[in-house]
Design a binder for this molecule. Structure first.
Ligand code: C2E
Ligand code: CA
Ligand code: CA
Length: 713
């Protein structure tokens, strides 16, 4: 019975405290646990010797079992003071039972409270200890990371500097100090603002200001600094802003990489790329860069002048005295040129013995007076070793507003003008002249279009009779080429033969004329037999030097089936006067083949009969100027005597003589009287078309002379 009561009390207790605390016990387990406590309390209450300390332990036990909810103790005390006396009713006769229960309750409360306090203290202690451990850990980690950062700072291969926002340098690592050559104390007494280099771009310090104000977080530049010893270093500089936890600018960190070596290398390569190694002057690349800069800003009325200079006869010095002397001469010239140039003038060597002076913001008088200074500076002999060399130079001057020209035009104009200075006699300057240039351009255009014009058959040949003076009969015809130009109309040979000779186009054109003339001659042969004229074709000096000439003539004769004796080639003395053996050999071969050879325009050149004597020739054509001297209106006895002498000499050499430019009967008669064999001129016939020659041949009349005249045509 007693047991049952105890159990039901424990059950009541369990019901009262269940849910007041978070305890991981089930209902039954809880009841069983509280039954144990119930037993101890009841046993204490009814024991003969009352010991309330048991209740103290029960209170502590509740805390130990985690009955620590705020209501647990209240519920427990209410149950014990309210119900325990009833429960013990009849079990004990102890008179002080009520007092004992009250003391037990008090002790439970005390035990509970002290256990609870104990536990809270323990928990606080644990938290405190954990906090302590965590802090120590963090401090250790912080120290480790700081040590790492410090090591990085002191051992970094790049320079690192730290500065505050007022621009004071506060820290610098050893690399940075080494780079700048300062001690730490010196360095940290510097202001960032004292690190300005005169060559700094404005943008560098602008970026710095923005960084300090927090408008940007970093910037990166390539920048020069002065070292403590006055030297210079080139650096790759990165400056970063460090902010505090609120985001406000706190300080700045500069990372500085020394790139001086790379810069030195670049500078050297740059220098080499833009300078001539021999004279140390700027080179062609520098000139074209400088001009490109000028032409990149063709502002307003800006002008530019160019003196293009070339030494006269430098090749002779080089060839005769050797390249060393040549080099020394170029060096001396370079230094004299440099001595003539002032600010805004750049003198450069373009290569070989060519130099150029660029004059920026020029006026024509300045450039001319510069050219005069240069010529004067070069006039004094240049001493090289044992030699006293006199050099002259030719200078082409171009001076014009930048806006009206291009870089290429300017250089080309200077080049052309230099050529004029040379052609005008060397040792002088020439000034660009647009009109002269236009004429030359027209000539040049003509010369470049010539080969295509041959292909397009724009050329044609007229034939001018060569007449025997004895009976005025047609013996030969001279082939004279003309150009039916699509824009300029018919051009005479004086307008393009010289040009063709210069460009070499004469070779192709001459071959074409020869083929054309031989074909025509062969046709006349077929139509008129022996009455047909031989054909006389002009051969330019250049053609005579062509190695293929003899072969070409052979081929053309074969192709047109013309006998070599029906072909005459006219060439000037000048064509035979050179040093080369080729022309004379070619001439001899042609002569041996049976081709007739005539010397054209005799009397206008060397008139070197003794020399001609050694050449295989048939005919001497006396220049038209002699015929002019034979006019009765202005009889020139000297001319007449010269003609007589020439005719006699020619005959002595077994040559026939043909007089050119016969225009009057009087001339014809004089020439005939002087023994001249043949004549050519307007008196007989002007250059004719093949059809006109056909008509002449069919008429079979003598040409010229009294009674017949040019009416025969
Ligand atoms: P050239 O060989 O002395 O030819 C004669 C030139 O004198 C021709 O001029 C002809 O028209 C001109 N002439 C003829 N009779 C008279 C006259 O009575 N009085 C005057 N004042 N002049 C006369 P063209 O046709 O203008 O030829 C000029 C020159 O061009 C030629 O001079 C010749 O050296 C050259 N030439 C012409 N055709 C050729 C050619 O196919 N090849 C080469 N290499 N030169 C040619
Ligand atoms: Ca001729
Ligand atoms: Ca002639």
């Amino acid at each position: 019975m007693t047991r049952v009561r105890r159990e039901s009390f424990a059950q009541l207790w369990a019901d009262a405290v269940a849910g007041t605390s978070y305890v991981s016990m089930g209902r039954d387990e809880l009841a069983a646990h509280l039954l144990g406590l119930t037993d101890r309390l009841i046993d204490a209450a009814i024991a003969p010797d009352f010991d309330p300390s048991v209740a103290h332990e029960v209170g502590a036990d509740l805390v130990a079992a985690h009955f620590t909810g705020t209501e647990t103790l209240g519920e427990t005390l209410a149950l014990i003071t309210g119900r325990l006396a009833n429960l013990l009713d009849g079990l004990t006769d102890c008179p002080e039972l009520a007092a004992r229960i009250a003391r037990l309750a008090g002790n439970i409360a005390a035990g509970y409270a002290s256990a609870l306090r104990e536990r809270t203290l323990d928990e606080q202690e644990a938290i405190h200890r954990a906090g302590l451990v965590a802090r120590m850990e963090a401090e250790r980690a912080l120290a480790a990371s700081e040590a790492r950062l410090r090591a990085m700072f002191t051992q970094a291969a790049v320079g690192i500097g730290i500065g505050d926002l007022e621009g004071n340098i506060t820290e610098a690592n050893p690399t940075l100090l080494r780079m700048f050559g300062y001690t730490l104390d010196d360095f940290t007494s510097l202001k960032v603002s004292s690190m300005v280099h005169p060559e700094d771009a404005a943008s560098v310090w602008q970026a710095y200001e923005q960084l300090i104000c927090g408008e940007r977080d970093h910037f990166r530049v390539e920048k020069r600094f002065h070292r403590a010893d006055g030297g210079e270093i080139w650096t790759h500089l990165t400056v970063s802003l460090v902010r505090d936890e609120t985001g406000a600018p706190a300080y700045q960190v500069a990372v500085v990489e020394d790139v001086s070596e790379r810069h030195r290398l670049q500078a050297r390569l740059h220098y080499q790329a833009y300078h001539d190694p021999l004279t140390g002057l700027p080179n062609r690349a520098m000139v074209s860069d400088r001009l490109a800069q000028v032409f990149a800003r063709p502002i307003g009325s800006r002008r530019i002048g160019l003196c293009y200079l070339d030494l006269d006869g430098f090749k002779v010095v080089n060839d005769s005295l050797g390249h060393d002397v040549g080099d020394q001469l170029l060096i001396a010239v370079a230094s004299r040129l440099a001595g003539c140039c002032g600010r805004g003038q750049l003198v450069a060597r373009m290569g070989g013995d060519e130099f150029v002076i660029i004059v920026e913001d020029s006026c024509e008088e300045d450039v001319i007076s510069l050219a005069e200074d240069v010529l004067a500076a070069l006039a004094a002999p240049i001493r090289i070793g044992d030699y006293e060399l006199i050099v002259t130079a030719s200078i082409g001057i171009v001076e014009r507003p930048v806006a009206v020209t291009t870089q290429a035009d300017l250089v080309q104009a200077a080049d052309i003008t230099l050529y004029w200075a040379k052609a005008d006699g060397k040792g002088r300057y020439a000034i660009f002249d647009r009109h002269r240039n236009e004429q030359e351009v027209a000539r040049f255009t003509l010369s470049t279009t010539m080969p295509a014009a041959v292909e397009r058959n724009e050329f044609f040949v007229d034939y001018q009779p060569l007449v025997a003076l004895a009976d005025c009969t047609l013996r030969g015809v001279e082939a004279l080429v003309r150009w039916r130009h699509p824009t300029y109309g018919v051009l005479g040979p004086e307008q393009f033969i010289g040009l063709a000779e210069e460009t070499g186009a004469i070779v192709q054109l001459g071959r074409w004329v020869l083929a054309q003339a031989c074909e025509q001659a062969s046709r006349w042969r077929a139509d008129f037999g022996d009455a047909a004229p031989f054909i006389s074709v002009n051969l330019a000096p250049r053609q005579l030097r062509e190695p293929g000439l003899v072969g070409d003539v052979l081929t053309i004769l074969a192709d047109t089936r013309l006998d070599p004796s029906h072909l005459q080639l006219e060439l000037t003395e000048q064509a035979l006067m050179g040093d080369e053996a080729g022309p004379v050999e070619a001439l001899a071969k042609l002569y041996d083949m049976g081709v007739r050879i005539a010397i054209d325009d005799f009397g206008t050149g060397y008139s070197n009969l003794p020399y001609l004597r050694r050449l295989p020739l048939h005919d001497l054509k006396l220049a038209g100027s002699f015929a002019v001297g034979l006019r009765p209106a202005l009889p020139d006895l000297v001319d007449e005597r010269i003609v007589a002498t020439l005719v006699n000499l020619a005959h002595a050499l077994d040559l026939t003589v043909t007089a050119e430019g016969v225009e009057t009967i009087a001339q014809l008669e004089r020439l005939r009287a002087l023994g001249c064999d043949a004549g050519q001129g307007f008196l007989f016939a002007p250059p004719c078309t093949p059809a006109q020659i056909d008509a002449l041949l069919r008429a079979a009349n003598p040409l010229g002379g009294p009674g017949t005249g040019t009416r025969a045509l």
